[in-house]
Write a protein that binds this ligand. Structure first.
Ligand code: ISE
Length: 340
């Protein structure tokens, strides 16, 4: 357990997500303070520091660890940079919140859980699967677990981005985007993933030519429940994430646009989100607050590095399915007692 006073946090990576986490920690989270922003790009670093007055800027995490008395690190750099930052933070004894995907591939994820087990006495890495903190996902989880509408049969998931970021690859449609469903489906259904299959259909000519967009991903769980995911990187109109659960005696739906409805000039309209930062703002707030509260007690307050590893194994099957076609089995290792 750490001493009194706010958790001294370094935020690593000051892109869109990292910058948003800096503002969140500075303005909306209790019990934490942004002590450092780690970002090699000077203009991004400056913009992030402007959101957290008093924070110091560093190009590398090692410099921040040496230069500031840190308690914790929030890693929001791109996935391939996570392993190095995680190893530095694990070695320095810091509490960690690492954005998804924890690692770009399953081998890297395995190395991370092995390092955590070697270097620490208890799990100290929380992984940024923020959907688990979304109120509607929570209600759906509880409804399914209660059995009040019978057994769960099917989960229909929609994951639509307005358009792909420059440099977004087809593999990233699985490892960076569908990774959310590969975490949330087993969490909702209470059953691990057995296999993943990916289908390309008619391509959206508005999406980059190297993306087979949209993809349809079929996920089979050990319980026999099937989940289908529309992974769409070119929806144009906005950002939309919805789930419909088919149960034995009912259907439940979450993620519908809500808020002000306007009937005007012959149309009825509701505003739709344009990106994940606003769509999941409340979930990110709850996730980061849970992490900070748990870090004060020397624990984590959400999904662990082991969950990050399981998602990486499912992503690996998804990437293989994208290349080979057909359903690719996911071979899940036994959970070590460290992550019980
Ligand atoms: C992005 O990186 C995210 O993490 C969003 O939550 C996800 O919906 C989006 O598809 C990803 O590209």
């Amino acid at each position: 357990m750490r001493g009194e006073g706010p958790l001294q946090v370094a935020v690593v990576g000051a892109g869109a997500m990292g910058g948003d986490h800096v503002a969140r920690l500075a303005r909306r989270i209790h019990g934490a303070q942004v002590a450092a922003v780690v970002e090699p790009d000077p203009s991004r670093q400056e913009a992030a520091i402007a959101r957290a007055p008093g924070a110091l800027g560093f190009p590398r995490l090692e410099d921040a660890i040496e230069g500031v008395g840190l308690d914790a690190v929030l890693i929001a750099s791109p996935g391939p940079a996570h392993e190095a930052a995680l190893l530095a933070a694990l070695t320095a004894g810091l509490a960690i919140l690492c954005e998804k995907p924890m690692a770009p591939d399953a081998d890297t994820a395995r190395r991370i859980v092995e390092a955590e087990r070697q270097l620490r006495e208890a799990p100290c890495t929380q992984v940024g699967f923020m959907r688990r903190f979304d109120v509607e996902y929570g209600s759906l989880h509880d409804l399914i677990a209660s059995g009040s509408a019978g057994n769960l049969l099917l989960l229909h998931c929609v994951h639509r981005n307005a358009r792909a970021f420059p440099g977004f690859t087809e593999e990233m449609m699985i490892t960076d985007a569908v990774v959310h469903e590969l975490d949330i489906l087993p969490w909702l259904a209470g059953s691990p993933i057995r296999s993943v299959e990916v289908k390309r259909g008619r391509r959206n000519s508005l999406s980059p030519p190297d993306l087979g967009d949209p993809l349809l991903v079929l996920v089979e769980l050990e319980s026999g429940v099937l989940g289908d995911v529309e992974m769409n990187m070119g929806a144009q109109f906005g950002y939309q994430v919805t789930t419909e659960a088919v149960l034995e005696s009912g259907v439940a739906r979450i993620g519908q646009p809500a808020g002000l409805e306007l009937w005007h000039q012959g149309r009825a309209a509701i505003a739709e989100h344009q990106g994940f930062i606003t769509r999941f703002r409340a979930a990110y707030d709850r996730e980061v607050q849970a992490w900070v509260d748990a870090a004060h007690q020397g624990a984590i307050g959400g999904p662990s590095a082991w969950d990050g590893y399981l998602a990486a194994l499912a992503c690996e099957a998804g990437v293989q399915a994208l290349r080979s076609g057909g359903a690719v089995p996911v071979r899940l290792p036994e959970r070590p007692p460290f992550y019980a």
